[in-house]
Ligand binder design. Sequence first.
Ligand code: HEC
Length: 112
Amino acid sequence: MCSRNRFRPRAWASAVVWLACSTLLQAQSPELPTGPVQAKVRTACTECHDSHIIVQQRLSNKAWSREVDKMIKWGAVVDSVDRNAFIDYLSVSFPPDKAPEPGERAGPGKKK
Ligand code: HEC
C-alpha cells in the first residue's frame, strides 16, 4: 500500500555510502608533507604502493638513501639529479626521532 511513493531513498543512501568510502580511501593514503620534491616523490614513489608505507617509516639519512636506492633498483623512476633531494626530503620528513604515525602499533597501552 505504500507503492504509490516512487521517491527512491536507496539511491541517496548509495551516494552517501560512496562518499563515505571515498573519504576513507583517501585517509588510507596519507598526503606527503610539503617540501621541495613533494610532487616528484608522490609521482615516483606511489606508483607501486601508497604513501602510507613511506610516512610510517622513521629512518636515518643513511637508511633512507639505501631505501631510495633499493626502490630505484626495483624500478622507481628517480632522476639522478633528484636522488639526493629525495633522500634529504625523506630524512627530514621522517627521521628516527619523530613520533610514530597515529594508528601505528607503538606507544604505551596501544597494543594491537
Ligand atoms: C617499482 C615499484 C616501486 C616503486 C616505484 C617504489 N617502490 Fe617502495 N616498495 C616497492 C615494493 C614491492 C615494496 C615492498 C612492499 C611490501 O613489502 O609490501 C616497497 C616497499 C617500500 C618501503 C617499505 C620498506 C621496505 O623496504 O620494504 C618503503 C619505505 C618504500 N617502499 C619507499 C619508496 C620510496 C621512497 C619510493 C620512491 C623513491 C618507492 N618506494 C618507490 C616497490 C616500489
